[in-house]
Write a protein that binds this ligand. Structure first.
Ligand code: SF4
Length: 215
């Protein structure tokens, strides 16, 4: 793993590279963000935004969603991967929001993760983006990019989340999450990272090891 000073330098460079890094799931409130994040598993944000643009015009609240049968909701989100299980989760979580939380989205990790289809990553996305509560959501991009660079070296997302929370100052968790996602989508891609074009390649452990292997 990189030393603390190197981590600081790497993040500063990444913030410079992506000054407008932010949540790319379109939403106007915490409920839309929650539903969009559940829909986004193993699907691009772009696809989710295309589907929700229409969906949220018609269905704005948990009450609106529970008027739908599961097959009806499936039909409305069928362009999204895993749409059957996502439709099931959404209807179930809307019922719980109505029954337990007065149709509002709760603002704690403990409450969010009792909702169907909501794990730590989704809860962290909602806490940080809807409530501005410091949280470090580790999705597939954050996991890959942080481990490649050497900001973390965990084998699972929980370990990486804990390492990042220790190494990165709390006030930078939210922006660092967005910045690592932007970098993962644009440069540090899963299959073929564009290392030659990368602004942090001088600090990156993955890149420096690959150079050594070529010697
Ligand atoms: S040098 Fe390559 S592996 Fe390292 S962060 Fe940049 S793109 Fe990713």
């Amino acid at each position: 793993m990189l030393k603390q000073e190197q981590i600081k330098l790497t993040l500063e460079k990444l913030y410079e590279m992506y000054p407008s890094a932010e949540c790319e799931l379109r939403h106007t409130n915490s409920f839309e963000l929650l539903i969009s994040t559940v829909l986004s598993a193993q699907t691009t944000d772009k696809k989710v935004n295309q589907v929700t643009e229409k969906l949220y015009q018609e269905f704005k609240t948990p009450q609106d969603f529970v008027t739908l049968k599961q097959e009806e909701l499936e039909g409305k989100i069928k362009e999204i991967g895993l749409y059957k299980s996502k439709a099931k989760h959404i209807l179930s979580l809307c019922k719980v929001l109505i029954e337990k939380f007065n149709s509002t989205v709760p603002g704690t990790m403990e409450e969010l993760i009792i909702l169907d289809g909501v794990g730590r990553k989704t809860a962290n996305v909602v806490l940080s983006n809807a409530f501005n509560i410091p949280a470090f959501a580790v999705d597939t991009h954050v996991f890959r990019v942080a481990n490649r660079i050497g900001l973390s070296n965990g084998k699972d997302v929980t370990v990486v989340e804990n390492q990042l929370m220790k190494k990165v100052p709390k006030e930078l968790w939210i922006i660092s999450h967005h910045t690592l996602i932007f970098h993962g989508r644009r440069i540090c891609k899963a299959r073929k990272p564009l290392c030659q074009e990368c602004g942090v390649n001088n600090l990156c452990e993955f890149y420096n090891k690959s150079l050594l292997n070529k010697i």
